[in-house]
Design a protein around this ligand. Structure first.
Ligand SMILES: Cc1cc2nc3c(=O)[nH]c(=O)nc-3n(C[C@H](O)[C@H](O)[C@H](O)COP(=O)(O)OP(=O)(O)OC[C@H]3O[C@@H](n4cnc5c(N)ncnc54)[C@H](O)[C@@H]3O)c2cc1C
Length: 409
């Protein structure tokens, strides 16, 4: 990959920078976006303003309100947003996962009703996959959708760790519609109205102090058949679209995980002089090690981007980017907090925005979300290195039979 921008990319980068600079005062910063209670209206306004500048839905097709741009342009936007210290989008789950799933599997009616509002930040979306007894083994989920006489679906069950469910208008819901076939084959995907009767959302507080994910309960929730995404029983294939998009949005792609390398370098440069000389050498070594590891992750992400820009889809090797990026991001956040010394205790006031503490408390979650470190190692071992697969006790069994022998417990 050529690391310098082509003339077209440089022109695009300049356009992005100019727009951000011109609207800097109206856009939300990382610290405002990371507050304990995000101002929902302000977060929506932030996304809407970025949309007006063509900086949201960069790779989405034009016919659905996107920019029809390249992954490279998306990477440029990500880099410039990070450099400017801007907050992420309230539509992060919708833009990264739900929207691409609706584009790939939704009806024309669903696309016209949902995608434009999602892009502009008018509706917030969530992804209702994980359950108390199925996270890594997602296909073992138990939330049931049963067809009623009127042709609609009645849903009962519980989801958990649902990011942004407490502010969401819609979600994509993976549910079991047939327990008598193998677990991957009895699933169906739906769009669910999060304000429908029978949907209860309970926030869960994280160790960072924020409560951005939730438990969601479904009690006799009615979903019209028109809100099915894809065919009945084809939910696993539909979910793979979501997970593939998630891999792309979490998998590195050349952006740093955590607070960003430039910010880390500036922080070390500012603070190191306050330490005794003997400790300075240790900090330099630790920072150098993590800096080099982060650059390796960044460039591996660029290699992936090059492949994508030539039309390839991210394969299982993309798991390496998230695995390595999370590890170095966590190490840099730890170093950042240690450099704050006692000030770190005064949390949000330290360095003005508490970004080091937030990263340190938030990144362990990144090592779980979208595939835990252990699962990603399994993927790399089995599908990239060709090592023997793990034993699967429920292989070839119906979901109900696997419950009976306890293979999906
Ligand atoms: C910040 C955050 C946001 C999230 N947002 C969402 C969301 O919006 N929507 C959603 O649906 N879910 C969401 N999740 C849930 C996430 O997808 C699950 O937490 C994840 O898939 C792991 O599932 P689990 O928590 O049930 O852990 P389990 O699958 O029960 O795993 C427990 C432990 O066992 C290990 N383990 C499990 N199976 C294996 C194996 N085969 N080999 C080796 N080790 C194994 C795991 O690595 C882990 O350490 C989020 C999670 C986090 C942390």
């Amino acid at each position: 990959m050529d690391f310098d921008d082509t003339p077209e990319e440089a022109a695009y980068r300049a356009k992005v920078r100019d727009y951000i600079a011109a609207h800097r005062g109206e856009l939300m910063s990382v610290s405002e976006g990371g507050r304990r209670a995000v101002d929902l209206d302000a977060a929506k306004q932030h996304q809407s303003l970025m949309y007006d500048g063509g900086l949201v839905g960069v790779t989405w097709p034009k016919e659905y309100g996107g920019q029809g741009g390249t992954q490279m342009q998306q990477a440029i936007v990500n880099q410039e947003v990070a450099k400017a210290g801007l907050a992420g989008f309230i539509g992060v789950i919708g833009l990264g996962m739900c929207g691409p799933t609706v584009i790939a599997h939704g009806s024309d009616d669903q696309k016209s009703r949902y995608l434009g509002r999602l892009l502009r930040g008018e509706d917030v979306w969530c992804q209702l996959f994980s359950e108390p007894a199925s996270g890594s083994d997602l296909a073992a989920l138990r939330t049931k959708a049963v067809k009623t006489d009127s042709g609609s679906w009645r849903v009962n069950g519980q989801k958990v760790w649902t990011t942004l469910a407490h502010v969401s208008d819609y979600g994509i819901l993976l549910a079991r519609t047939d327990p008598d076939v193998a677990k991957h084959r009895g699933l169906t995907m739906f769009v669910v109205d999060m304000h429908a009767p029978g949907v209860t959302v309970r926030p869960l507080r994280q160790m960072s102090g924020v409560a951005e994910f939730n438990e969601v309960f479904f009690d006799d929730v009615e979903i019209p058949d028109e809100e099915r995404l894809g065919e009945v029983g084809d939910g696993w294939r539909v979910a793979l679209t979501t997970l593939m998009s998630e891999r792309l949005s979490l998998g590195g792609g050349g952006t740093d995980v955590g607070t960003g390398l430039d910010a880390a370098a500036a922080h070390v440069a500012k603070r190191i002089g306050e330490l005794p000389e003997t400790r300075q050498a240790l900090v330099r070594q630790e920072f150098g090690r993590q800096y080099a590891a982060s650059l390796a992750t960044r460039y591996t992400g660029y290699r992936q981007l090059s492949a994508i820009s030539k039309g390839a889809m991210p394969g299982p090797e993309a798991s390496a980017g998230k695995l390595a990026g999370t590890k170095t991001g966590r190490a840099l956040a730890d170093l950042g907090v240690r450099l704050l010394g006692d000030e770190a205790v005064y949390a949000i006031t330290a360095e003005g925005d508490g970004r080091w503490q937030n990263s340190q408390a938030g990144l362990p979650g990144m090592a779980i979300a979208g595939g835990t470190d252990e699962i990603l190692r399994n993927v790399l071992g089995e599908r990239v290195l060709g090592l023997p697969p793990e034993p699967r006790a429920d292989k070839g069994m119906s979901f109900n039979d696997s419950l009976r022998i306890g293979a999906s417990e």
